[in-house]
Every structure is written in C-alpha cells, then in structure tokens.
Design a protein around this ligand. Sequence first.
Ligand code: GDP
Length: 463
Amino acid sequence: MRRHLTQELHNFIERGRDRQLRLAVTGLSRAGKTAFLTSLVHQLRHAGLEARLDLLRAAREGRLLGAQRVAQPDLGVPRFPYDAAMASLDGTPPHWPAPTRGISELRLTIKHRTRRARGLLGDTATLTLDLIDYPGEWLLDLPLLEHDFLSWSEAQQTTMGSERQRLAATWLSAAETLAPDDEADEGQLAEIASHYADALRASREAGFADLQPGRFLLPGDLEDAPVLQFFPLPGVREANRAELDALPETSVYKTLARRFDHYRRHVVKPFYRDHFRRFDRQIVLVDVLGALNAGPERFEDLSRALSTLMRSFDYGKRSLMSRLFSPRIDRLAIAATKADHVTPEQHPNVVALLESLLAEPLKDLRYADVPVKALSLAAVRATEPREVDNDGQRRPALRGTTLEGEDVLLFPGDVPSRLPEHDFWARQGFDFTAFRPPHRDTPELPHVRMDAALDWLIGDKLK
Ligand code: GDP
C-alpha cells in the first residue's frame, strides 16, 4: 500500500513537472515552417484517428488520445493562422498556405495515457504544448551583438561578393556619395536605407541567405519604423576609429552608429530575452534540396548562413549566446524539409548532406552536450513513390501534380551524400519540380517522418 502510494505521488510530481513544453520552429524563408507547423498541429489533432504516426511511440502504443487548440498565453504575439493554412490545403485545387512573416504562436493540449510496466496503460495526462514559429533570418542578427557600427560596416564590406555588389548597385552608388563627417540629412538617410533594404531583398530573391540585418527582410511589426533606417557605411576602417569617434553627434557616421546601436538593444536583444530564452525545444528546418537545385553559389551561401544561424544554439561556456543570455533549449532537431521531392532511397543521402552542411555547428553542439538529431521529412507529402521500368530495369520514380496542374512521373536525380564539389552542378546537376499539395478524400494529411520528428521533440513528455 505504502509503495503504491509513493509511486502514485511520484507519477503526480513527474506529470506536474512535465505539463508544459515550449517548442519553437524556425528556418530561413521558404524552408517550410508554415507547412511544418500546419502539418504538426493537424497530425496531433488527428492522432488516435486518421493520422499515421507509427514512429511516435505514444501513438504506436495507442496512448495518444488527441489534441485541442486552446487560448495562448502571450496575448502580444499573433496566433499561428492554422485555419487559413488548412483552408489552403483543402482548396480546389489544393494550394500551399501563405507563409508567416514574423513570430506567431499556438497552444495545444495533448491528451495521452501514461505508460505502466508491462505495456499496461496508465492514467490520462495532459501535456500543454506551446508552438512558436519565427523567421530564421532573425537569428542571423545574433553576431550583431558582438559588433559596433564600425566593425559591422567593415565586416559587411568583406562578405559582400561581386554578385551581391551588383544587386546592391543602387544602394552602393548612393552610399558612396556620403562622407562620414557630412551633416546627417534624415530624408537622404531614409532613402539610402530603403535602397539597402531593397538590395537585401533582391539578394534574397536571387537565393542568397547570409544577409544582415535580418529584420530588414522580415520586419514583422517594425515595417517602416525608423529603427530600421541604417546601413553599413562603405569605406570606414578600424584604423580611423579615433577620428570617427570624435565626429559630432549630428554627423552621418554618428547618426548611423546610434541607429545601429538602437537596433541591437531594442530589436535583437529583446527577441532573445523575451522569446528565445524561454524555448525548451527547437527544430531548425533547412531546404537543402532547394539549395542543391539553385546551384553552387547559393549552396555555399546557405552553408554560411546556417553557420551563423546555428550560433544561437551554441551553448559552450565561452559562446556569445551563453555569455549574454541563459538559454534553456535542451533538445534540438535539424530537419531537411520537402523530402518528398526525391525518391525514398535518396532520403539517407539527404540527411547525410544536411549533416555535412552543418558539420561545424553540429560538432560544437555535441561538444556542448546539447542533444541534437538530424532527419529528413516532408510536412505534407505531395508525391507518391513509384517504380518504373527502364530498359528492363526497375527504377524508382515519383508521381505528383505540378503547380500548374500537370500530372507527372519523374526521377529528379541522385542526391550527393557529401558537400558536392563545384563541378557537381555542371556534371550531374539536380532538377526538382515543385508540386501541388495532394488532393485528399480523407482527413489524413500524408507526410514523411513528421512522427519521427515529433517523437524526438516531444516523445519523452508523453510517457
Ligand atoms: P516558410 O517561409 O518557411 O514558412 O515556408 P513554407 O512553409 O511557406 O514553404 C515554402 C514552400 O515550400 C511551400 O509553398 C511549398 O511550395 C514548399 N513546401 C513546404 N513544405 C513542403 C513539403 O512538405 N512538401 C513539398 N512538396 N513542398 C513543400
């Protein structure tokens, strides 16, 4: 009797401790965050019914009873537009949901049965899961915290290669007319800043990802705010620091430096302090296949952007993150999205490629003892794997409907398992087609390994 009571008490405390989890989803634009979160909510809401979630242990054991949306706690954060996203997927024809642009949130309560010894089902328990979606671009701003305006301006000049300079020509020619000691003219600075934002957007359109400041691309609620009216000043050098520091407060240099500082203190820091620091778990989505499709320059740029982005998860003792904040993320997943763009036997290569793309950050994470898992998934599986007969040989293929509505059967190519050499694109290349979301007759939303992602991210809280 006594033992029984102690066990009951233990369960109670355990459940109390595990009642809540904040799971954040991020990735650069078009990585697949909106599709992922929509599918995740759908899968959990249909758990125990139509959803196929065999790789999620609690579901496999028949202990997952379902999930409900409830009012979120943060009234200042927009709600993740789940209904609108589902309406797009359920449209005729089905189409992809409009991507979210800033931070948004949704709270689910998940009902499950606890596990008892020998596979017996225990009591009913509830896990409150807060899902937070935010742009990966915002994480590209972390390094700004170790810069001041001068060192940042200098660093930007070195990272801007020839193609990006070409895309930034209008901004560059206007900014080069400015001398650091000119008297600042508000209107002129606002105009040049808008050219800078245009240049960043053009670079992003061209497939570049390593772009700062992140909020210029996805301003969220800061659209048109003066705090975003700055840009790196071409030509300033560390060697001239003393002279520049002595300039009057009304000079171009000092005005831009003040805005840069304001951005760091009032935009970058608060995101980490008020949101990031409170995440328990995180999944970072990466469109590896998209970058592979876009060619060598974009692929290298993605690799640079990801190393910057991943610094926010480096909790080594001397890391910038640990020095400034005390993050509590205790488990991380890195996922290559849209795996349904390639045939299933290529999926292990997709994961291997993702791991080599993130080799350095993953090494740091493992060293800092942050549990991390790499996987490939499709939030919404838009294709069906098939086999075709090719000169008497069975070959894997995909069947799907293009965005234009054409039914196709194709083989998109082999995915390299390591970072490709420059000549990969000339030699072999890779060509994937974008597909329309699947037409469905049942509530089930087909996916690839969403259940594996869920098992890693929340499975231990569903025991
Ligand atoms: P976000 O900007 O990170 O929110 O990205 P989205 O979720 O809007 O995804 C960008 C685009 O990628 C979508 O419009 C789809 O075309 C495509 N996409 C996203 N997830 C999947 C998936 O699981 N399968 C397929 N085939 N395409 C996807």
